[in-house]
Design a binder for this molecule. Structure first.
Ligand code: GLC
Length: 749
């Protein structure tokens, strides 16, 4: 796609349109920090799925040209646009931040035909030996130490440098390894870090896309897509936290979750009856392991028909739910989009009569196989279909269901992928599976969220497996079918940190591992590493070893209980982080590089993370290890359990026997904690305990009913705690609109 020489440009409002010999391009000043670059080679006026409504703000800038280079300049940066839509972005001092790569794409490996044949003969993949040019493509220069973060749930390490990925939502039951190009979600957002700058790029295009961070060639990184417009946003910032704030300004922020949703959840694909669910709920209470829900996987449905209930195995609809609710358990049920193709089944009949399912190009309903056998796929891109799906949740909320878990929404299909030409619609515009695939889960998420919000009046918990950028406004996520292997315990840290940096704050992995058999040590280390996972659920697959904690020995139970209790202790801190995230877009779980970006030791730190800014967690993720090498960044850090102080900017070796996960609190911290309960709602939280470390500190704590939207009308308290060198704590109520705590105590570390 060579645009050729610049003919002229026009500046209208926030847009600079450039006419080239072979087409046109647009540059939009969205805000003083965000610039959008577009070649509308596929469609004029493309309406983003990820970005809702106009984000344009009045911008102060000037445009001029020098030697046929268009320069757009504002207080933060200078954007230079040349022939072929080559762009270069400099900061206000004239230092280069990011530049298009002007050379050719060259794959850095050469192979003789003989070698290729030999490789192929043994079954190796030889499809990637040539550079593949995409219909939409942009190539940028890489500097020597550049690092790349973000991209949502992609596997592997924190820093994506030297790896390549694809955005094509994929249900992959095999082991997720670090080389895997595509997984369940498509979040084409990256944060680039050069030796002296940071920036963000959001490639807003929902077709199958490709991102290579120097794997093909160490001189450049590239983005390619099979179709659509070239449409990307450059995000300027002085710090990485600025980039995340801007990205979530564009695509939206994770809403405030209900407090109970942040507690512990137990699940297994394999609870096959009311008695199974009852026994697990009882196990939780008998063993004094706090728990909010024993989740209902697909077996609760009648023959996997969505919005039905198997009353033979699970009793009269609503009975089990209200029985367990008395003991504090909230019902969370799975919903798969694939709707059984069966005359007489109400969802199918209604969907057929109203024309709600995706079709083949000839207008017939498209059918593939999923859990219920032959199944059809609601076209969630249409508002009326979303409304129908949303309203269908009444069947579940009438039974007492409190939250929904959306699965198989890549969409997964057992008889090969949906054909490219399967017909969908996006808000009135007809399209096909190529454009729609990556947003199928996103639109289903909107339907579910709207339905649950309307039906319950509460802040919905919708857990989804597949999604696109922007889905964080509606959905929590989990990382799908991981395995009970040490590699996947390790991977949860970079995966959740990158999801967080991509706007998905409410994220988790299946604790203990989904597929394969867990074991005592692995389960203990997993619950330790997951204490601060924003979404906190143990889940496993049919046929794998059971992983409820009492299936092992007393030691496992004690370790498990200790860590679930720790989670309940830290609940108000985690909740505060979500509250702060409404303004900042910052996640709960953060890689150290996010707050210590000038500290090179943090750039590739995969086995520890921060919770907010004040808590550092360095779990043991190696089999057999009883000591942990911990990196502490600048400042003084206090061991949460012993209070021992450590100076930062050094590695320490920390004793970490099986029951210990090293946790450190930063100097000058005030951390709000609660007493342990067996479930949120068991007692009112009338006592707040502030854990403090030496040093000046100021901390704002949010308190509301933890459930609905009344806080938006001012029904909340905001406390400001301040502590100075003499360690005296001053409490101010900077907003009062809710019942106050009866007691505020201090625990000094
Ligand atoms: C998928 C989900 C998994 C679920 C199973 C059965 O594999 O990822 O979490 O348990 O389907 O519904």
């Amino acid at each position: 796609m060579k645009l050729g020489k610049i003919k002229k440009y026009v500046n209208e409002g926030n847009r600079i349109s450039v006419d080239y010999e072979n087409g046109k391009a647009n540059v939009y000043l969205v805000t003083d920090e965000i610039v959008r670059f577009e070649i509308p080679c596929w469609m004029e006026n493309y309406a983003s799925v990820a970005i809702e409504g106009s984000k344009e703000k009045p911008c102060n800038y000037k445009v001029y040209d020098i030697d046929n280079v268009i320069c757009i300049e504002n207080q933060n940066m200078k954007v230079k646009i040349s022939d072929d839509f080559f762009t270069e972005i400099l900061d206000a001092e004239g230092k280069k931040i990011l530049s298009d790569y002007r050379g050719e794409r060259i794959i850095q490996r050469t192979l003789s035909d003989k070698s290729k044949k030999e490789l192929a003969a043994e079954g190796h993949d030889v499809s990637n030996l040539e550079a593949h040019n995409y219909k939409v493509q942009i190539i940028k220069e890489i500097g020597e130490g550049d690092c790349f973060y973000g991209l949502g749930d992609k596997t592997g390490y924190l820093n994506k440098r030297d790896y390549a990925f694809e955005n094509w939502n994929s249900d992959i039951p095999q082991i997720h390894n670090e080389n895997m190009p595509a997984i369940y979600k498509s979040i084409p957002f990256m944060i680039g870090k050069t030796c002296d700058a940071v920036y963000g790029l959001f490639f807003d295009n929902t077709f199958h896309s490709y991102m290579d961070f120097g794997k093909e060639n160490s001189n450049y990184f590239y983005y390619g897509a099979d179709d659509g417009n070239l449409n990307y946003y450059f995000l300027y910032g002085k710090k990485m936290t600025d980039i995340i704030r801007e990205y979530t300004y564009l695509t939206g922020r994770t809403g405030l979750p209900q407090l109970w949703t942040l507690g512990y959840h137990q699940c297994r694909w394999g609870y096959e009856s009311a008695d199974d669910i009852r026994a697990v709920a009882k196990g939780m209470r008998d063993n004094r392991i706090p728990c909010e829900s024993v989740q209902y996987d697909i077996d609760y449905m009648d023959g996997y028909r969505v919005f039905t209930w198997d009353d033979e195995k699970y009793g009269k609809p609503g009975d089990l739910i209200s029985e367990l609710e008395k003991d504090g358990f909230k019902a969370v049920v799975i919903i798969d989009p694939a709707t059984k193709k069966e005359d007489g089944y109400f969802m199918y009949d209604e969907g057929v009569s109203k024309g709600y399912f995706a079709t083949n190009p000839d207008g017939s309903i498209y059918v593939n196989k999923v859990w219920p056998g032959d199944a059809t796929f609601p076209d969630f891109g249409r508002e009326e279909v979303r409304r129908w799906w949303a309203d269908s949740h009444k069947i579940l909320t009438d039974m007492g269901v409190k939250a929904i878990w959306n699965d198989m929404n890549e969409p997964a299909s057992f008889e090969g992928p949906l054909p490219e030409d399967t017909v969908f619609e996006i808000n009135g515009r007809i399209t096909d599976h190529r454009e729609f695939h990556n947003v199928y889960g996103h639109f289903e998420g909107i339907a579910t969220y709207e339905g649950m919000k309307k039906l319950t009046g509460k802040r919905p918990l919708v857990i989804t497996r597949a999604c696109y950028s922007g889905s964080q406004k509606y959905c929590a996520v989990w990382t799908g079918d991981n395995q009970s292997i040490w590699a996947h315990l390790r991977m949860l840290i970079p995966q959740l940190c990158n999801l967080g940096m991509s706007g998905f704050s409410l994220a988790g992995t299946d604790i203990g591992g989904f597929g394969a058999d867990t074991n005592k040590e692995l389960l203990c280390r997993w619950i330790e590493a997951a204490v601060f996972s924003p979404f906190f659920r143990n889940h496993s697959a049919k046929g794998s070893k059971a992983q409820e904690p009492w299936k092992f020995d007393e030691q496992v139970m004690d370790i498990y209980r200790k860590h679930v209790e720790l989670r309940y202790t830290f609940l108000p801190y985690i909740y505060d982080l979500f509250y702060q995230g409404l303004e900042t877009g910052l996640p709960v779980m953060r890689p150290l590089v996010l707050h210590y970006e000038d500290d090179v030791n943090t750039y590739n730190l995969n086995d520890e993370f921060l919770v907010g800014e004040n808590v550092l967690v360095s779990p043991v993720v190696e089999q057999g290890a009883t000591k942990k090498l911990v990196y502490l960044p600048r400042g003084t850090w206090y061991d949460y359990f012993t209070g021992q102080a450590y100076e930062g900017m050094q590695y320490i070796v920390k004793d970490a026997p099986l029951d210990v996960c090293p946790i450190f609190i930063r100097e000058g911290s005030i951390i709000p904690t609660y007493e342990v309960v067996q479930y949120v709602g068991e007692k009112t939280y009338d006592r707040l305990i502030l854990v403090t470390t030496p040093g000046d500190a100021s901390y704002d704590h949010f308190q509301d009913n933890g459930e609905d939207y009344q806080f938006e009308e001012g029904k909340y308290n905001l406390y400001r705690f301040t502590k100075t060198e003499d360690e005296k704590l001053v409490t101010e109520l900077i907003h009062e609109g809710y019942k106050k705590y009866e007691k505020i105590d201090i625990r000094r570390l």
